[in-house]
Design a binder for this molecule. Structure first.
Ligand code: GLU
Length: 449
């Protein structure tokens, strides 16, 4: 069968748009992905002949369930819970749970789809999945969060297992939530430490898991700069977010001699020309679960501004979006180009719109996509799974060294793959092709059913 690859890709996208027109974020992720893998498909026509792409766009299984829970004031609420088991070709489904009011099937399918290739790039034996709920944790007490997590896990436990599907955290799901989810699983199914990752270190979690996404992001940028004979020393950074990924990105940037000028939450952002005071930021976000406005009360030289940090001009060398999907549009990307930003590396999942990506390319910004750049988190989750199976706890140093090696390996893989199939420096194509090749080969080898 001879098929024009571009026509084949266009048809897949059009079919998807016709069938699931409301899944805007999922369509966006697919539209970014498919065109970049054309050169690989042309080299490997079997994958077109066997229609592996249609298969890979369809989750193996989607589970949706209701989550009833009671608020402290006695009111009863019902939220939607989901688990998208997207692809298990190279290992058990692996990916986080997101609790945020914006969660719907489109968001979880885009996240699950990206997770397949991200997990493949880590070279760990993990498939791709994602789950969560449209539950809004903001302003909820510890007991409300606990009751919600218990109700969510009461249903989810029927569908997961250490060799089947291993969830973890994402936006709105941190150590506290993982603790409650784990406790409920144990209550219902007996102890099984390998059922979730991102567990607190005191009960079978891995050292460095909390830091892993942020550290990994910085390691990847470090390896890119090293390859160009440069380093992070004295580099300035425009960063968004103030959650787990942002905090440990700031920590590692500072350790390697760089300076982070901004951080943000859903209401606004702080600008600190002397560099973010990490101790203060951690105290506000991790201890008090407070808002960023509290930062300027103690740092009079810093400023706070409502709105998106990406709407404002900040002269810096590197931009690290660490908040959420679609936080940078084309107009905001133009501001990055004008401000002289040289590198955009994504700590969040799909923080740049596809139009923003075009602006990066036209403006010669070096772009490290989320699939590669934030893979450190899930990579250390895979190391946590290994430790749980071994019933051993590795040292901080051992996990950190492994993480750094995995990120170095990812940099080399995406860089070599870009040179071979696309153009040198097209790390988006490099990540998509390298991530896809391994999964597609595994699917083909296992027989198409
Ligand atoms: N939610 C994280 C991600 O986007 C981590 C997933 C995991 O550790 O399983 O990759």
């Amino acid at each position: 069968m001879h098929v024009n690859t571009q026509e084949y890709i266009d048809k897949l996208i059009n079919d998807l748009k016709a069938k699931d027109s409301h899944e805007i974020e999922f369509i966006q992720a697919v539209e970014e992905f498919l065109p970049t893998i054309i050169p690989f498909l042309e080299d490997n026509p079997t994958f077109i002949e066997k229609n592996i792409l249609s298969l890979i766009l369809e989750p193996e299984r989607v589970i949706q369930f209701r989550v009833p829970w009671q608020a402290d004031n006695g009111d009863w609420h019902v939220n939607r819970g989901y688990r998208v088991q997207f692809n298990s070709a190279i290992g058990p489904y692996k990916g986080g749970l997101r609790f945020h009011p914006s969660v719907n099937l489109s968001i979880l399918k885009f996240l699950g789809f990206e997770q397949i290739f991200k997990n493949s790039l880590t070279n760990q034996p993990i498939g791709g999945g994602k789950g969560g709920s449209d539950f809004d944790p903001k302003g909820r007490s510890d007991s409300e969060i606990m009751r919600f997590c218990q109700s969510f896990m009461t249903e989810l436990q029927k569908h997961i297992g250490p060799d089947l599907d291993v969830p973890a955290g994402d936006i709105g799901v941190g150590a506290r939530e993982i603790g409650f989810l784990y406790g409920q699983y144990k209550r219902l199914r007996q102890s099984d430490m390998g059922i979730l990752t991102g567990k607190p270190v005191g009960f079978n979690g891995s050292l460095i898991r909390t830091e892993a996404t942020g550290y990994g992001l910085v390691y990847l940028v470090h390896h890119l700069l090293k390859d160009k004979g440069d380093s992070l020393k004295d580099k300035t950074v425009k960063l968004s977010g103030s959650g787990n990924v942002a905090i440990y990105t700031i920590e590692k940037i500072q350790e390697l001699g760089g300076k982070v000028l901004t951080a943000s939450d859903s209401s606004g952002f702080i600008y600190d020309s002397e560099g973010i005071d990490l101790k203060l930021l951690k105290e506000i976000k991790e201890v008090r679960r407070g808002r960023l406005t509290e930062y300027i009360e103690q740092r009079p030289n810093a400023s706070y501004q409502t709105g998106s940090v990406w709407d404002f001009s900040v002269q810096a060398d590197i931009a690290l979006p660490c908040a959420t999907q679609n936080e940078i549009n084309a107009v905001q990307a133009e501001i990055l180009v004008k401000d002289g930003i040289r590198i955009v590396a994504e700590g969040a999942n799909m923080p740049s719109t596809n139009q923003a990506l075009e602006v990066y390319q036209a403006g010669n910004i070096c772009y490290l996509p989320a699939k590669a750049a934030n893979a450190g988190g899930v990579a250390v989750s895979a190391l946590e799974m290994s430790q749980n199976s071994q019933r051993l706890s590795w040292t901080r140093h051992a996990v950190d060294e492994n993480l750094n090696l995995i990120m170095k390996d990812i940099y080399e893989t995406i860089s070599e793959t870009a040179k071979r199939y696309a153009t040198a420096g097209d790390y988006a194509a490099g990540a998509n092709i390298a991530g896809f090749a391994k999964v597609a080969e595994a699917m083909y080898a296992q027989g198409l059913v």
